[in-house]
Design a protein around this ligand. Sequence first.
Ligand code: ASP
Ligand code: MG
Length: 417
Amino acid sequence: MSRLVMKFGGTSVASPDRIKRAAKRVAREVANGHDVIVVVSAMAGKTNELIGWVDETSPFYDAREYDAVVSSGENVTAGLMALTLQDMNIPARSWQGWQVPLRTNGTHGSARIEEIPTANMDARFADGMRVAVVAGFQGISPEGRITTLGRGGSDTTAVAFAAAHDAVRCDIYTDVDGVYTTDPRITSKARKLDRIAFEEMLELASLGAKVLQTRSVELAMRYRVKLRVLSSFEEYDETAGTLVCAEDEILESNVVSGVAYSRDEAKMTLLGVEDRPGIAAAIFGPLSEAAVNVDMIVQNISEGGKTDMTFSCPVDQVGRARRALEEARAAGAYDYAELIADQEVSKVSVVGIGMRSHAGVAARMFQSLRDENVNIKVITTSEIKISVLIDRKYMELAVQALHDAFGLDRIGQPTGL
Ligand code: ASP
Ligand code: MG
């Protein structure tokens, strides 16, 4: 029988009543003839609460016990979902990570999946089980201890099961009805996309469109899992949600599919560093050791053997970055004249696979920002993305202007683009 993976996020399983509603969707897929693997998150807010308890109990916690505690929210919803399905006369059984077993490496708190053997579950399906309810977010380390996959990790659990079981599709039920051209809270003109390519979703996910954990999209792309994002609060039909799929399944790709943003960025500049081989390594090595997520990097032209080095990072990492840079300087790794941090910037990006074959996207983007009098501080580009750093106070304005400039409000209609 064909396998289908259905994942329900925290708001979709936030109470016994919501679990019942989700179970009805599962029942429909069982009636359609699928064997279903349901992956559940913890009830909305539960994981935060558990993390709070760990912090309260032990500020310098043992990561193994952190995982033992924070993985427990999913155990509850998995059991409740199995009970609900059984009450609907559907043969269902819950599975915790170790029972599958979903094997991960030993990096507690952000473990990576290494293997999902299918034999146990296959045998139970062959015995008449119709639904396996899997506790998302958790696995088992080589030492036999419980691990968790990082925040939002149930998405990754779901995609990994879809890949391992060669599922026909992986449906991610959430509280939004799909992936949008931009954040609908910023412009009411944002539109739902019917389809989006893995590469585009990856850029949007890593830029902070919080619908899917980035790693789940990476995994779906690698194993070509058809991924659908849809709302568990809306009436179901075949075209509901957004399909995240391979590029060749999208007939007419948009030049730009989305405008993404990351509000809380900082721009740090080292003025007057020596321009010599190894200087970038000397600067960015210590930053990486201090776990600073450096994003954009620009090195200016040099004058008199000196240059300026600019990079961006999340604003809440500025303190850490500054300390790492100052310590490396004190240790004699390099010298600089001044270190400046601009903590009032945001990143805005346009993303689209159509960019590969269309010239002039950058020009149009810059023109549109100029028309709004928005100054660009740093620019970076990749094959399918152009990002700019701008003053935070213009972020909404920039997103709205770019959304208009690329005709995203007309997606799905003939645009002449
Ligand atoms: N419950 C976990 C979290 O809140 C995992 C997930 O829901 O995906 O991060
Ligand atoms: Mg999530």
